[in-house]
Design a protein around this ligand. Sequence first.
Ligand SMILES: C[S@@+](CC[C@H](N)C(=O)[O-])C[C@H]1O[C@@H](n2cnc3c(N)ncnc32)[C@H](O)[C@@H]1O
Length: 243
Amino acid sequence: MDDLFFDYDSIANLYDSFMRFVPYRDWALKIYRIYKSFNLKGNMLLDLGCGTGNISRYLSEYGFEIVLLDKSFKMLLESLKKNFKNKRYIVCSDITQNCLKTNFDIAISIYDTVNHLNDFQLKQFFLNTHSLLKKNGILVFDFNTEYGLEILTKHLQIRKGDEYISYWGTEYDKEKKICTLKLEIKFNGKRVKNYIFNERALFQKDIENKLKEIGFKLIEFYDFHTFESFDNSSERGIVVCQK
Ligand SMILES: C[S@@+](CC[C@H](N)C(=O)[O-])C[C@H]1O[C@@H](n2cnc3c(N)ncnc32)[C@H](O)[C@@H]1O
């Protein structure tokens, strides 16, 4: 399968404005509770596809030392504008490739990042993350389901900022399992910019098989929003698994 198309560098300066409604603080608390439930002792956290560090800045309040990793240099630069309560390091790299010498107690990948990976890359991502975790370390990531991506196509979203209005329209190709987001941004000066972002629908069975094959254990799926059992009506799943 070809690489999916997205370019976060091109929207990095607007990303936080687009996402200002996202409850990152609540998500960070959820992740912290998961981490606590595993009785892990260390505090090293790896945020894979961290973007502008929106979730990690809150996780740092729980005492984690954080490595923020993303392939978009401009997203990482935005993360540097944020206050972290503990040590943080940024790494510009691909989440499917191992470029670190440190091992982590917890690795996270949040808000659709894994939906940007093709089938081969997803497996590489799991392999890479497995090798970066300490023994008993955990991986926590979310993913958009096919149902969730289909629902997105039903609404045109409009998000406004001080200097722009943006329109978010999506189409879902059921055969290819690819969702295409067409993003149009109209700036107050009337300048218009258009972007395309692809995501791939991901499926529980496939994720589970890949994780098992790589050696992860205690693989659990939850509905991201309710944190109850994951089922056909889950728009987004969250996966917790252990090395
Ligand atoms: C939807 S954003 C999510 C950002 C952040 N986790 C959040 O919660 O706001 C997806 C991020 O994943 C990054 N990304 C996607 N594929 C990647 C890859 N193969 N390697 C590194 N970063 C990747 C993108 O550059 C982007 O910053």
